[in-house]
Design a protein around this ligand. Structure first.
Ligand SMILES: [Zn+2]
Length: 228
């Protein structure tokens, strides 16, 4: 049986975008936020302010509008919050399952594909997503979901479950640190095959022991975005 990621990869879905910023030229630049990035060792990532300075200077230095990356990245930045089980080395959640796109607060977030609003929620744990929208899609017989995390409060103020959305339609805007779980502004974009009954939330970070399941259930979001 073909894996979900393989089916998605060979389907006729064309690269799409989830931010209202053109992805041409050097606008999108990769960023490494893994524990092996030496430069991050000098940054206090427990403070969204100093973390934000790092992101902004990185964008400036690389002449970028959006810094992206992080799928299956092993990160130290979750150690600051108990929400990620950092008290137990075996179940500590530190492997990132989505793709993060770092760019200014207020940037419009677009639906990756045609679909409908499955659910939404403000996930208010420290370090969590804050306002989150999940879309449901049916593409060529495949049913799956896309999750948009770290939105603004306005994004979920007037949204309705079951509402149809078109590919490229604005579904919200990026939130600021005060509402987005205390991070520099960014979109957490994740593909999910089986939502496991959840509403407006799904793990975006997992532990090593659960990685095999999650990486099959949540393939690389860049399958849809085609960034390189
Ligand atoms: Zn993320």
């Amino acid at each position: 049986m073909k894996l979900f990621s393989e089916t998605l990869n060979t389907s006729t879905i064309k690269p799409t975008r989830v931010l209202d910023i053109a992805n041409t030229g050097n606008n999108y630049i990769p960023i490494d936020l893994s524990e092996t990035n030496e430069k991050l060792k000098d940054v206090d990532v427990s403070s969204s302010e100093s973390f934000n300075q790092y992101i902004e200077s990185y964008l400036r230095a690389h002449n970028g509008d959006v810094a992206y990356g992080g799928y299956l990245e092993l990160r130290n930045i979750y150690k600051r919050s108990l929400h990620f089980n950092q008290q137990d080395v075996h179940t500590e959640r530190n492997i990132h399952l989505g793709l993060d796109l770092w760019c200014p607060e207020g940037t419009k977030v677009l639906a990756a594909l045609d679909g409908e609003i499955h659910s939404f929620k403000n996930n208010t744990n420290y370090g969590d997503y804050g306002p989150t929208i999940i879309l449901k899609h049916q593409v060529e017989g495949l049913e799956f979901y896309t999750l948009y995390g770290h939105l603004s409060l306005e994004s979920i103020a007037s949204v309705t479950v079951g509402e149809k959305v078109k590919q490229g339609q604005s579904i919200g805007t990026l939130g600021e640190a005060q509402v987005n779980g205390d991070y520099p502004p960014h979109l957490h974009f994740q593909i999910i095959k089986d939502l496991q009954g959840l509403q407006g939330d799904y793990p975006g970070v997992c532990s090593k022991v659960d990685l095999e399941f999650y990486k099959t259930n949540c393939p690389d979001p860049n399958l849809l975005l085609g960034l390189n």
